[in-house]
Unconditional design. Structure first.
Length: 289
């Protein structure tokens, strides 16, 4: 796949700004959630109440359409907003509410997550920003400092496709294969774990998924022949809970599971010498709650 040109990347970056603006316009005043009842600004609420998202809340997302609690909005990921205030009759009347300039003209592909008046967004180079969804004020920013040379091991620019939010933390997968958990109130690092072999051309651009206190992450790198897998980590500690490989490995070594042993019986040739690929960049296509 060809690398996007600078003109294409400029367009994508501008499109990302429009995405942020559209999110504000669609959410309207309802995006402030409970903060509007208390008079508190999103950045001033108590730490324990920030990003208080769990499975029950995501499952009942239609009860609070002013929020966008998870990738695709709901566990079914239909990306459909039930809000009706903006429609075909008045869309032409929309105007600029605010804008935020990102610090790069590289590709931007993330869908922002909005929880109780705070917008969390992953940006190019796996950076994370938290913004006041009403005013556009930057609340905090985090840079995982991905090495610049990692860009040569990516098919499609240094993009990120989103974060996950769960019980006071914001999670992001980085281009160099780390899974990072941030304090949603401050942006401080809670923990990080290397999910891939840093000596191989793995990458992560996809958004993590989370349920039952497990954060699920896949990986990319099929263009370079890595062997893909899906991993689940404990949301609080970062401890690896389980890992499922998508294709069988070297048959001279023990198989990781009975499923991989069965799969190997259907393969021919020396597939393991090419690593067999099949990395699941979007884990939700493989894992369900």
């Amino acid at each position: 796949m060809c690398k996007p040109s600078k003109i294409q990347n400029n367009f994508i970056a501008k499109f990302m700004r429009l995405t942020l603006l559209a999110s504000v316009a669609i959410l309207g005043t309802s995006c402030s959630g409970g903060d509007s009842d208390t008079g508190e600004a999103p950045g001033d609420v108590a730490a324990e109440s920030v990003a208080n998202v769990d499975g029950a809340r995501i499952a009942a997302a239609d009860n609070e359409p002013g929020n966008w609690l998870a990738h695709g909005r709901t566990y079914s990921e239909q990306r459909f907003s039930p809000l009706t205030q903006i429609n075909a009759d008045n869309a032409a009347d929309l105007g600029l509410a605010w804008y935020y300039d990102l610090d790069t003209d590289r590709g931007q592909e993330a869908t922002p997550i909005v929880v109780d008046g705070v917008m969390y967004v992953g940006t190019a180079w796996s950076k994370v920003k938290a913004l006041n969804a009403v005013s556009g004020e930057l609340l905090w920013a985090y840079d995982p400092e991905v090495p610049g040379q990692k860009a040569v091991e990516l098919c499609c620019d240094v993009v990120n496709r989103g974060v996950a939010v769960w019980k006071g933390r914001v999670y992001i997968g980085t281009l160099d294969g780390r899974l990072i958990a941030l304090n949603a109130a401050t942006g401080a690092l809670d923990w990080e774990v290397q999910t891939t072999d840093p000596g191989l051309p793995f990458s992560i651009t996809g958004a993590p998924r989370v349920f039952n206190d497990k954060i699920i992450i896949g990986n990319g790198g099929s263009e370079f022949g890595v062997r893909g897998y899906v991993s689940a980590y404990d949301t609080a500690s970062g401890e690896l809970v389980w890992r499922f490989y998508t294709v069988p490995g070297d048959p001279s070594l023990p198989f990781e599971s009975e499923a991989m042993e069965m799969a190997a019986e259907t393969w021919t040739g020396q597939w393991w010498k090419m690593a067999a690929a099949a990395p699941p960049g979007m884990p939700w296509s493989t894992i369900r709650n």
